[in-house]
Design a binder for this molecule. Structure first.
Ligand code: ZN
Ligand code: ZN
Length: 451
C-alpha cells in the first residue's frame, strides 16, 4: 500500500477498521424505513458534530416538497419515539422537522468556507420492509445483530454504507488537523458528506437534497454501493453503466358495487378493469434501442365474492436503459391503464410515487480513481466500468453535477453475498467496509491535492 497522506490519516484513527464493522452491526440491529431514519441520522449528526463538521439538517438539508410515499403520522411518531428510547439526542431528532432525516456534514480544507474543489460523497441510510430470519444459518442472527425492529431489515447494505461514511468522516477530520498542524496546506477544498434518507423505491430522498442546491457547487461527486454488480470481496469498479431509469406508479380503479347475482348490470367492475390492465401491461411491446421493463407488483381490492368489486389498487413500475426508453414505456403503460378503465366504464386515478433518471459515470474521473485504487490495492481486481442493472436515485445528483460542468461517478465495492439484495438472507462480507472507506478517503485526498 502506498504511503499516502490518506494512509497516514488512517493509521492515526486507531482501530477504525473494527469500529466501522461495529457501526455496521449497530445500524443493522436498528433498521429504519424511508423518512423515519431518526436514530440513524441522530447518531450520524452527533458523530459529525464531535468531529468538527458543520452539520446541516431539516429544511436546510432537504426540500419537503420533493418527498413522496411518506409513512403515516402514527408510524412516523412511533419511529421517532423508538429512536428516542434507544438514546437518540432529543435536540437532533427535533431538528429533523417533519421527518426530514437527511444529514449533510461539511468539512473545509481551506482558510475560507466553500474553497474549491468541492468533493461530495453520498451515503444512503434507509432499510426496507422485510422480515429478517431468526435462524442460525443467517449470520446476523447467529452473531446477535439481527434486526430488533420487526418487519424492517437492512437487506440492501445501506447499514454498511452509513458505517463507511462515518469511517470516512473520521479519517478526513484527522487529515484536516494534520493539514493545519503541518501548515503546508497540502490539501485544499471542501468536502460534503451527504447522508441521504429514502433511497429505496425512488421516493425523493435524492431529489429532496439536489433540489435545495447542495450539489450545485460540486466539482466531484461520488456515490457507491456494496455488492451490486461487483460480487466478490476486493473487486472494485470505479464507474457504473446501465442504470435503469424508472417510474413508480400507483393506479386506483374506482367502479360501483352491486349484487353479483341479483343486479350485476348496476355494477361497474373495477377488478375486471384492473385485471385487463395487468395482463396488457405485461404484454406491451418493447423498444428496439435498449432494455425496458414493466412490472405490476401489487394488486389489492374487493370485499366479498358476491359483490361487484368497486375499488382496486395496482402498484407498478416501468424501467428503461435510459430516460427516453423509460418515458416510452411509461407513456404506453398510461394508455393501457386508461384504456382498461374506459373498457369497463370505471374511473382510474394515477399517481407517480417515485422516479429516477438514468446516468453515466464520467470516464475521466473513473480512470483517475482506478489509478489511485490500483496503487492502493495492487492485488485487487479493479475495473473502470461495470454494469449496474438496477436504479439508484444517486442519478439525480450525477445528472445535476454533470449539467454544471462537474464530474460524477458511482463506484461498486465488491463483496461476497449470502443472498441477493433485498433477499431475506441478505448479508455481505464485512471486509468490504474498511476497503471502501480507505478507498474513498484516498480518492478524496487525491482530489483535494489536485493529484
Ligand atoms: Zn435496495
Ligand atoms: Zn441499495
Amino acid at each position: 500500500m502506498q504511503d499516502s497522506v490518506a494512509n497516514c490519516a488512517w493509521q492515526c484513527c486507531k482501530g477504525l477498521d473494527d469500529k466501522i464493522i461495529e457501526w455496521r452491526r449497530d445500524f443493522h440491529r436498528y433498521p429504519e424505513l424511508r423518512w423515519t431514519e431518526f436514530r440513524t441520522a441522530a447518531l450520524i449528526a452527533r458523530h459529525l458534530n464531535q468531529l468538527g463538521y458543520k452539520v446541516i439538517m431539516g429544511k436546510q438539508a432537504q426540500d419537503p416538497a420533493s418527498r413522496r410515499a411518506m409513512l403515516g403520522s402514527e408510524e412516523t411518531q412511533a419511529a421517532k419515539a423508538r429512536a428516542l428510547a434507544l438514546g437518540a439526542d432529543h435536540s437532533l431528532v427535533d431538528a429533523m422537522t417533519d421527518g426530514l432525516t437527511g444529514v449533510i456534514g461539511i468539512l473545509s480544507f481551506g482558510t475560507i468556507d466553500g474553497s474549491k474543489p468541492v468533493v461530495a460523497l453520498r451515503f444512503d441510510m434507509d432499510a426496507i420492509a422485510q422480515h429478517e430470519p431468526r435462524e442460525d444459518r443467517h449470520r446476523p442472527y447467529k452473531m446477535g445483530f439481527a434486526s430488533q425492529n420487526e418487519g424492517i431489515m437492512h437487506a440492501c447494505g445501506h447499514d454498511g454504507h452509513v458505517a463507511i461514511g462515518l469511517g470516512v468522516a473520521e479519517a478526513l477530520a484527522v487529515m484536516v488537523k494534520q493539514n493545519v498542524e503541518t501548515g503546508n496546506a497540502e490539501m485544499c477544498g471542501t468536502v460534503k458528506l451527504i447522508f441521504q434518507p429514502a433511497e429505496e423505491g425512488a421516493h425523493g430522498g435524492g431529489q429532496s437534497i439536489v433540489n435545495v442546491g447542495h450539489v450545485d457547487d460540486v466539482d466531484y461527486f461520488i456515490a457507491c454501493h456494496i455488492g451490486m454488480g461487483a460480487t466478490s470481496t476486493g473487486q472494485i469498479s470505479t464507474g457504473t453503466k446501465d442504470f435503469l431509469a424508472t417510474t413508480k406508479m400507483d393506479a386506483v380503479f374506482k367502479g360501483i358495487s352491486s349484487h353479483a347475482g341479483g343486479k350485476p348490470e348496476l355494477g361497474k367492475n373495477a377488478l375486471l378493469a384492473a385485471s385487463s390492465a395487468v395482463l396488457n401491461l405485461h404484454a406491451l411491446s418493447r423498444h428496439s434501442e435498449g432494455a425496458t421493463r414493466v412490472n405490476v407488483g401489487v394488486i389489492q381490492g374487493g370485499s366479498a365474492r358476491n359483490i361487484i368489486c368497486d375499488n382496486v389498487k395496482l402498484e407498478l413500475e416501468t424501467r428503461g436503459a435510459d430516460s427516453r426508453l423509460n418515458d416510452f414505456l411509461q407513456g404506453r403503460a398510461e394508455l393501457v391503464l386508461a384504456g382498461a378503465a374506459s373498457m369497463h366504464d370505471v374511473v382510474m386515478e394515477l399517481s407517480i410515487v417515485g422516479e429516477c433518471p438514468g446516468a453515466t459515470s464520467d470516464p475521466e474521473l473513473s480512470k483517475k480513481i482506478a489509478e489511485a485504487c490500483r496503487k492502493l490495492w495492487p492485488n485487487n481486481d479493479i475495473r473502470e466500468i461495470m454494469s449496474f442493472g438496477a436504479g439508484d436515485d444517486a442519478t439525480f445528483y450525477m445528472q445535476r453535477v454533470h449539467e454544471n460542468g462537474g464530474k460524477a461517478t458511482y463506484m461498486l465495492f465488491g463483496a461476497d453475498l449470502a443472498d441477493s439484495h433485498h433477499g431475506r438472507y441478505f448479508d455481505f462480507d464485512e471486509r468490504v467496509l474498511p476497503i471502501a472507506a480507505r478507498t474513498l478517503v484516498t480518492v478524496t485526498a487525491d482530489l483535494l491535492r489536485g493529484a
